[in-house]
Design a protein around this ligand. Structure first.
Ligand SMILES: CC(C)(COP(=O)(O)OP(=O)(O)OC[C@H]1O[C@@H](n2cnc3c(N)ncnc32)[C@H](O)[C@@H]1OP(=O)(O)O)[C@@H](O)C(=O)NCCC(=O)NCCS
Length: 110
C-alpha cells in the first residue's frame, strides 16, 4: 500500500532519515518506527501528529459530513501508552498480528 499512502519521515540534524510512518487511504496509520538510537526524543510523536494532521487536512479538503472522522491503528500492546498520550483510545480485544500482541486504537478528529 506504500504507493497509495501518505508518508511522514523524520530526519536528524545532518539530514539522515531516522524515523517513518504512513497513513493509508482508509485512515489507518501504520509502519511507525524510529531508529533505536533516536527514540525518546519526540520523533515518533512528531511523525504521529504529522500523519493525524495530514488526515485532518484531507477531511477538511473534502468537506463531506458523512465521512468517518476517525483515525485508527493497530498498536503493539507494549506501546499502547505512547498512542494513548497522543489521544488514541483502545477498543476491542488483544489480537495477534505477525506473532505480536496488538490492540485496535482510534482517535476521532471531529
Ligand atoms: C513507538 C516508537 C515509534 C516511538 O518513537 P519515539 O521517537 O521514541 O517516540 P517519542 O520520543 O515521541 O515518544 C516516546 C516516549 O519518549 C518520551 N519523550 C519524548 N520526548 C522526550 C524528551 N525530549 N526527553 C525525554 N523523553 C521524551 C515521550 O514522553 C514518550 O513517552 P511514552 O512512550 O511513555 O508516551 C518507537 O519506540 C519505535 O520505533 N518502536 C519500535 C517499533 C514499534 O513498536 N512501532 C510501533 C508499532 S505499533
Amino acid at each position: 500500500m506504500d504507493e497509495a499512502s501518505q508518508h511522514a519521515v523524520a530526519y536528524d540534524a545532518s539530514g539522515q532519515p531516522i524515523g517513518t510512518g504512513r497513513l493509508l487511504p482508509n485512515a489507518y496509520i501504520g509502519r511507525m518506527a524510529v531508529l533505536k538510537s533516536h527514540r525518546q526524543m519526540g520523533a515518533g510523536g512528531a511523525i504521529l501528529e504529522n500523519l493525524v494532521n495530514t488526515r485532518r487536512t484531507l477531511l477538511q479538503s473534502h468537506n463531506l459530513p458523512t465521512v468517518d472522522t476517525w483515525v485508527r491503528l493497530h498498536a503493539q500492546v507494549h506501546v499502547e501508552g505512547f498512542y494513548r498520550r497522543h489521544g488514541f483510545e483502545a477498543s476491542g480485544p488483544i489480537f495477534m498480528e505477525a506473532g505480536i500482541p496488538h490492540v485496535l486504537m482510534g482517535r476521532d478528529l471531529a
